[in-house]
Design a protein around this ligand. Structure first.
Ligand code: FAQ
Length: 318
């Protein structure tokens, strides 16, 4: 069959909302787009462990420590599901990890900001996980089966993460004046970077049109950012905190909040590697890769031994 016909059949399947599976024919660009998006997503989960990991030893109570530990561990798990989903498309995990430590792969801009106080852990759960869920719920219906199925479980866990963070924000905003100020300061620092997580505006987003046509993305960057702002404003009001945006205002006609301009220069600087913590994050990943090599080698040697043993047993039985 010629490529044009295969493309047509593929698009008909997409339009009928059928899931595309690993062994199905797919356009090479569809495969590459998915490998890029899924691996960037996996890297984000793994690098995303670092800002929070910074606070595990300093969590203010045993309960907070246990919840934070569980959350950070979940993120490692999300990275693993996502690297596995990328592998179903023919990508090699070792190549993807190498790109991350080389600094040639992207990961979410948000994880290049520092966590200065305990309130940042609350703000990350509330805003960063909140933004991640807003984006990931639509990905449960993405057209590529293995990615969609991984996202279902990830979203369930992200929802626990969001509540964990919001609960910290409630405790702080109902606490002493100093605690309230700490919560407000965290909101001030995390608000705009959280809006940037959704990516460039639709008219600047090079992948959105094609990814929407292939139903990899089910909503655009701007649609999701707007939904996030609309959901977050009442949550901030409940906390008695002020979102740092003088243009934030309910627009009766649109049925949405209007909000101020995003600093896209800052966004691109961070994406290109010049954010406050980019170098630190990559150095941490590189160190962990090097120091963890012996664990990988031991696990591979064990797997080889087990395989050999089961083959030997089969030959004995035969
Ligand atoms: N940061 O044309 P578009 C989490 C890149 S998980 C860095 O709009 P697209 C869990 C983009 O990749 C957070 N780069 O691209 C957690 C593209 O790169 P290219 C991560 C960004 O793909 C919580 C270029 O700019 N979530 O937080 C960013 O259609 C708490 C052009 O952009 C996902 O990855 C950015 N913010 O739309 C963990 C979800 N935005 O081709 C720990 C899956 C864009 O030049 C603690 N991904 N870029 O190499 C997606 O839904 C999409 O990839 C978007 C971007 C929406 C992120």
């Amino acid at each position: 069959m010629i490529e044009k016909d295969l493309n047509q059949i593929f698009q008909t399947r997409i339009d009928a909302d059928e899931k595309i599976e690993a062994r199905d024919w797919m356009p090479e660009k569809y495969r590459q787009t998915l490998i890029r998006q899924i691996s960037q997503h996996a890297h984000s989960e793994v690098v995303g462990m670092l800002p929070e990991g910074n606070w595990i030893t300093r969590a203010p109570s045993l309960r907070r420590k246990v919840a934070l530990l569980a959350k950070v561990q979940d993120e490692a798990g999300h990275g693993l599901y996502l690297y596995s989903a990328a592998e179903t498309l023919g990508a090699k995990r070792s190549d993807l990890l190498q790109q991350l430590i080389d600094g040639t792969a992207k990961y979410s801009s948000i994880f290049n900001y520092p966590t200065l106080t305990w309130a940042d852990i609350g703000a990350i759960g509330w805003l960063v996980d909140g933004a991640a869920i807003m984006n990931q719920v639509m990905l449960c219906r993405t057209s590529y089966g293995p990615y969609a199925r991984a996202m279902v479980r990830i979203c369930k866990e992200e929802s626990f993460h969001q509540r964990q963070g919001y609960e910290i924000m409630i405790a702080l905003s109902q606490g002493s004046e100093e605690q309230k100020a700490m919560a407000q300061d965290a909101l001030n620092r995390w608000w705009w970077p959280s809006l940037m997580m959704f990516g460039p505006n639709d008219d600047e987003s090079k992948h959105t049109a094609q990814s929407m046509a292939w139903r990899i993305k089910r909503k655009t960057n701007d649609e999701l950012r707007q939904a996030f702002v609309d959901a977050s404003v009442p949550q901030a009001e409940y906390l008695g905190l002020t979102i740092p945006d003088e243009y934030l205002k309910w627009n009766e006609e649109r049925g949405h909040y209007d909000f101020g301009p995003i600093d896209w220069d800052e966004f691109w600087q961070v994406v290109k590697g010049y954010g406050p913590c980019n170098a630190e994050r990559i150095a941490a990943r590189r160190k962990s890769q090097e120091e963890g090599k012996w664990v990988q080698e031991a696990a591979m040697a064990y797997a080889r031994k087990r395989k050999q043993r089961s083959q030997d047993q089969k030959t004995k039985v035969a």
